[in-house]
Design a protein around this ligand. Structure first.
Ligand code: NAD
Length: 479
């Protein structure tokens, strides 16, 4: 490849704490099991969300580098496909062990680049690790089918790798989402080109190092960088047979439409506006604690965040208690002891979130708890938005219609369960939903009538199942 002569990158010096960002280096790309410095002239600066100090410059991979990544994967495919599934399983066993051994290092990179608390970042790694552990069972999952059609005739179905496949990842789970793809794509015999989010590629780079150490041959996993230009290359490249995308509706609808039109298989996991309905017979303390954690944890930057509360009947009287519990949350740098939530990803994101809070005010909602203007003393330059609760929200308001993706809970009032179900079903998003009630009959009626992929009963919709759910199957989580 054109860039093979570029100097190798010292991955061990990748910054993993606020203090380490003294010697800013460009993020390397990964091809043929080598870390290389891009020859591009276009970079995307990556800033620590808690300080806005420069951490690294993420290259916009050049066309030659992108083509080289595809060629490397194409070259690796025949050998990797012919490698026995037991041998690929062994690589996966080593890979999961290495992820465990490097757990803190991965989490520190996430806290530094993405901003979430160190404990949350460890959870990010854990949920990805669970997928990698699942992939250790790949021989069983790849079992095919045989039908004896007649006495002298059989049809057999085999599970075959497709060839070169690609993953396009969002910023909010820098380890978990690359780990939805790396283990499954490679253990099944595919060669993967992964594009991490240009906003926090550090964890993916560490994972590439671990994949190489685990014994993945050169070309089985390649990592390229950039934004829309790299995505367009992936969409237009005929050698790439399938794409796994996770991210916003805007990018996802484009990728799904164009990728499908180009004859690729595309799976696209998009945005969310997850609702929780709270009933007067709920265990109040449990419900309020669950909602506070699920609305504001990870600064609301989770696709499974519970960002919308539907208060049925007299539960609207519980708002002050909800606000008191929320005020107890500590917003601080992610490495700080006791921090419950960190900054949001970028100054632009902070501005967008604050704009949505302002729009709610203008449209007649009430800002019960206002997180605008908050700054922890030690990190005055970060992208801070304190937990915010907006009440008296109506369905036509922008704060209800748009995914806020920040530490903001919007609250609506309804008089009955039926009204709650109609309201939630009318919303265009349907990732997950939760109900808090002590009544089995109410929970069952809700579960049957609600249109959402995951239903939590007395549990805020939980993330790990995201990766385990099969298309067309609904998950029910009950506590
Ligand atoms: P994003 O859509 O901005 O970016 C995701 C990826 O798409 C990135 O790699 C980015 O480079 C690329 N991209 C962005 N804009 C593009 C464009 N116009 N054309 C082509 N490519 C483009 O998403 P994000 O802000 O990084 O992540 C947050 C979003 O992801 C939220 O909407 C969240 O709900 C969603 N998300 C969904 C799930 C799920 O499982 N459903 C999981 C995590 C996050």
């Amino acid at each position: 490849p054109a860039s093979a002569s570029a100097p190798a990158y010292a991955v061990d010096s990748y910054p993993t704490s606020h203090e380490q960002i003294k010697d800013v280096q460009d993020t390397p790309y990964f091809i043929d099991n080598k870390f290389l410095k891009s020859e591009t002239t276009q970079f995307i600066d990556l800033h620590d969300p808690a300080t806005n100090n420069l951490v690294t410059r993420v290259p916009q991979s050049t066309d030659a580098e992108l083509k080289a990544a595809v060629e490397s994967a194409q070259k690796a495919f025949p050998g990797w496909r012919a490698t026995s599934v037991m041998a690929r399983q062994q690589v996966m066993f080593k890979f999961t062990q290495l992820v465990r051994d490097n757990w803190d290092r991965l989490a520190a990179s996430i806290t530094l680049e993405q901003g979430k608390t160190f404990a949350d970042a460890k959870g990010d790694v854990l949920r990805g690790l669970q997928v990698a552990e699942g992939a250790c069972n790949i021989p069983q999952q790849m079992v095919g089918e045989v039908l004896e059609v007649a006495k002298d005739m059989e049809t057999r179905s085999y599970r075959e790798p497709l060839g070169v496949v690609a993953a396009i990842c969002p910023f909010n789970f820098p380890a978990m989402i690359p780990l939805w793809s790396i283990p499954i794509a490679t253990a099944t015999g595919n060669c993967l080109i992964l594009k991490p989010s240009e906003r926090d590629p550090g964890a993916a780079i560490i994972l590439a190092e671990l994949a190489e150490k685990a014994g993945m041959p050169p070309g089985v996993l390649n990592i390229v960088h950039g934004a829309a230009k790299t995505v367009d290359f992936i969409l237009d490249e005929p050698a790439i047979k399938a794409i796994s995308f996770v991210g916003s509706n805007r990018a996802g609808e484009y990728i799904f439409t164009k990728g499908s039109a180009n004859g690729k298989r595309v799976q696209a996991n998009l945005g969310a506006k997850n609702h929780a309905a709270i009933l007067p017979d709920a265990n109040k303390q449990h419900a309020l604690n669950s909602i506070v954690g699920a609305a504001f944890g990870a600064a609301g930057q989770r696709c499974m965040a519970l960002s919308t509360l539907v208060m049925v009947g007299e539960t609207k009287e519980w708002l002050n208690e909800l606000a008191e519990s929320t005020k107890a949350l500590k917003v601080n740098g992610g490495f700080e002891e006791g921090a419950d939530l960190g900054p949001v990803i970028s100054p632009q994101s902070k501005e967008r979130i604050e704009g949505l809070i302002a729009s709610a005010e203008e449209e007649g909602a009430t800002i019960l708890l206002d997180g605008r203007g908050f700054k922890p003393a030690k990190y005055p330059n970060g992208n801070w938005v304190g937990p915010t609760i907006i009440t008296n929200v109506k369905p036509h308001m922008r704060c209800y219609k748009e995914e806020i993706f920040g530490p903001v809970l919007v609250c609506l009032n309804v008089d009955s369960l039926d009204e709650a179900v109609d309201l939630i079903n009318a919303n265009e998003y349907g990732n997950g939903v939760a109900i808090f009630t002590k009544s089995g009959a109410t929970a069952t009626a809700f579960q049957k009538n609600i249109e959402a992929g995951q239903v939590g009963i007395n549990v805020p919709v939980s993330l790990p199942l995201d990766c385990l759910i099969l298309p067309g199957i609904r998950a029910l989580i009950v506590s």
